[in-house]
Design a protein around this ligand. Sequence first.
Ligand SMILES: [Ca+2]
Length: 124
Amino acid sequence: MPTPPKDRGTLSPRAGEATAFVDGDGTASCGFGWTCLWMDANYYGRKYTWSDDGSKNLGDWGIRDMALSTRNNNQSGGMSLYDWRTGMPDPQIITGLGGCLSNLHNYGYPYGGNWGDKADELLM
Ligand SMILES: [Ca+2]
């Protein structure tokens, strides 16, 4: 499994931030100022939320290669998911401000296949 690129994925879990998860209820609910990931498509499965901008190594939360739905309700800017590749550019998929992606299986991956269960890093 590729390791984090230099100076990326440096923000570790903090108290009060995404240290617990809830089960998604099938709606893209994500509070203002927050960015949310669900482990199943269509906003089901375990839901993780973050409010602090920065780069997060999803492995620190035990959810590397697991995300399937996204919602970006942060206060400003896009949210990127990265798949770390060794010796190749790291592909990214962006969820625009106020936007959501219901099923990453539906988004083509640059090296073939789709984005389902690939994200290693969240940058917000
Ligand atoms: Ca990956």
